[in-house]
Write a new protein. Structure first.
Length: 187
């Protein structure tokens, strides 16, 4: 039984998620280990992509060298460039690029900026704000906010969600923030 490797571009201390999606897959085959190495390379390459910002979110999976990319980015060129970068990684046989481009919206841009500023100016998140790639991502589409990434504690997760909910103009907030300890337990 082949295991499907999932990855998420989480930016806290190299926290990349890999979970077998098939129940009962306890032993990893050579292909599964290869897929895990490919997923690690993909996560690293995307984190190093200079136009990947806290307003973008990319996830994906690797199965027998076939990569499926999902998520949302703020500009169309990012989706195609990320797919090209991933295609050049050794071991990648094919890339299924399902990355969506968020619609152009001044309103959404203002919300993204306001929420990110409030989060990263809060003393609870200063340690994240100092990082080259801060781990909390703010994805806004039509006034609906999704927070993604990895934080250290439940308090941080709830505080970030509270900040987003209290921002004027936000219609809804979905928190997909994960705790660092949750990420470590799935590796």
């Amino acid at each position: 039984m082949k295991a499907l490797k999932l990855f998420s571009i989480a930016l806290l201390a190299g926290a990349v998620v890999f979970t077998p999606s098939l129940a009962g897959a306890t032993l990893l085959s050579d292909n599964a280990r290869s897929d895990e190495m490919i997923a690690n390379d993909i996560a690293s390459k995307i984190r190093q992509y200079v136009f990947y910002t806290i307003y973008d979110d990319i996830e994906g999976s690797v199965h027998d060298g076939v990569v499926t990319l999902t998520g949302k980015v703020t500009m169309p060129y990012k989706a195609s460039e990320i797919a090209r970068l991933v295609a050049r990684i050794p071991g990648v046989r094919e890339v299924d690029n399902k990355i969506e481009t968020l619609p152009v919206s001044l309103f959404d841009d203002q919300l993204r900026s306001a929420i990110a500023s409030q989060i990263y100016r809060d003393p609870l998140f200063w340690n994240y704000a100092l990082q080259v790639n801060p781990p909390i991502h703010v994805v806004v589409q039509g006034g609906h906010v999704t927070l993604t990434g990895v934080v250290n504690s439940e308090l941080e997760r709830r505080k970030a969600e509270s900040i987003a909910r209290s921002t004027s103009g936000v219609f809804s907030v979905e928190s997909k923030l994960r705790l660092d300890r949750e990420m470590r337990s799935t590796r």
